[in-house]
Design a protein around this ligand. Structure first.
Ligand SMILES: *Cc1c(COP(=O)(O)O)cnc(C)c1O
Length: 406
């Protein structure tokens, strides 16, 4: 028997920043029978999700849906637009930006990593002015793409994508803008067309509230143009055949049918509530969680209030306290999973997710688990974060009424 067969009472608190808790409504939609992906019924599903996902990305252009995790869509964005040895400028905001750089190097690109030399490690968003300066110095236009992460899931720091586009335009530079919004999409505002993004990359298991297993490339006409001359090898990831087949609601290879049922349901839920309501909901939860962290007297990983993530909050543990030991206590004693510190911040912080299927009380439960676990780990807390979050949630009413008026 797998240990997965053991279930404690009540629901597990999956408070990691992805995979996020999946609403029951989506799980039920996914339990429908798998149908023939070449049959007549399938096209209606295909066309519906392809139309809906454009609304989520805020684009009128094509969106690829891959049966792959986000990493696959990272690779797809690069191999469709670039050639071996092309120079790409990649801004390191955290662990996911660093992993994307590693992948880019492995597919044969010449990567230039950029960060703010004066800033503390992984506590700030992208500085668009540094990108503008670097592009202005590249008078030969050797840089073919600028790669940035919209919501850095390893730290809880967002970046201003519109500012990056402005910087590229101000430098009068032709580089493509490639943006990872794997965890940002559907929880924080994202405007693929308006922000002039050439390829946006996303995944299913974060803001879209789905299990892992599908990922996306939203493209621009400039990216499609680049794909005609891009020489990196591509077959499975190639956009041209997918776009052609998608016209009729099908895919060249077998799509992830049951995850598409889930995507259909997720888009219905997000669009019924309204994206602005969804974004405001996450902002409010994030504010409640940050109120708790401040009351504990602990540091928030993001050092810049202008770019706090609405999706997750990074909590720094005091010097000498292993954040993973705290997480272990919270997991074992209170059945709550928190995100581990990744890469350069391993052991120094943990992450509380406020994405997916949440509400005030699930977050209060998670914060209670954190507060008890921190105390059990011997951390001296300045005050009660649980009380601070309760005060926040009770003094700021929900964005949308939870119940219809009688
Ligand atoms: C989750 C995540 C990834 C990796 O996606 P996988 O689905 O694990 O392959 C990349 N970038 C960001 C910002 C993420 O949050």
């Amino acid at each position: 028997m797998l240990t997965l067969d053991f279930h404690p009472t009540g629901r597990h608190f999956l408070q990691i920043p992805g995979p996020s808790p999946v609403p029951d409504r989506i799980l039920r939609a996914m339990s429908l029978p798998t149908i023939d992906h070449r049959g007549p019924e399938f096209a209606a599903l295909g066309l519906k999700v392809l139309a809906d996902i454009k609304k989520i990305f805020k684009t009128k252009q094509s969106v690829m849906i891959y049966p792959a995790s986000g990493t696959g869509a990272w690779e797809a964005a690069l191999v469709n637009t670039l050639s071996a040895g092309d120079h790409v400028l990649m801004y390191e905001t955290g662990h996911f930006a660093a992993l994307w750089q590693k992948l880019a190097a492995r597919v044969g690109l010449k990567t230039e990593v950029m960060s703010d030399p004066g800033a503390e490690v992984w506590r700030h968003g992208v500085r668009a002015d540094l990108i503008e300066e670097r592009l202005k110095a590249d008078s030969q236009h050797s840089i073919k793409a600028v790669c940035v992460v919209h919501n850095e899931t390893s730290t809880g720091v967002t970046s201003n994508i519109a500012a990056v586009r402005k910087a590229i335009n101000a430098a009068k530079h032709p580089a493509l803008l490639l943006v990872d919004t794997i965890s940002g999409l559907a929880s924080a505002d994202y405007k693929h067309d308006e922000w002039g993004v050439d390829v946006s990359i996303s995944g299913s298991q974060k803001g879209l509230m789905l299990p892992p297993g599908i990922s996306f490339n939203a493209v621009s006409s400039k990216a499609l143009e680049a794909s005609k001359n891009a020489k990196l090898p591509k077959a499975f990831w190639a956009w041209d055949e997918i776009i052609e087949m998608n016209k009729t609601g099908y895919w060249p290879s077998t799509p992830n049918t049951n995850l598409l049922y889930g995507l259909n349901e997720a888009c219905d839920m997000l669009l019924e509530h309204g994206l602005d309501v969804v974004f405001a909901r996450h902002q409010r939860w994030a504010e409640g969680v940050r109120a708790a962290v401040r009351a504990w007297g602990l540091q928030i990983q993001c050092a810049d209030a202008a770019v706090y993530s609405p999706i997750l909050t990074g909590v720094m543990t005091p010097e000498g306290v292993d954040a993973d030991a705290v997480r272990k206590i919270i997991y074992e004693r209170f059945d709550c999973s928190l995100g581990t510190g990744l890469g350069k911040v391993k052991g120094k912080m943990f992450r509380i997710g406020h994405l997916g299927d949440c509400n005030d009380l699930t977050l209060m439960a998670a914060l209670s688990g954190c507060e008890m676990g921190l105390k059990l780990a011997g951390v001296k807390l300045a005050g009660s974060g649980v009380q601070a979050a309760m005060d926040h949630f009770s003094s700021h009413s929900a964005v949308m009424p939870l119940r219809k008026a009688a």
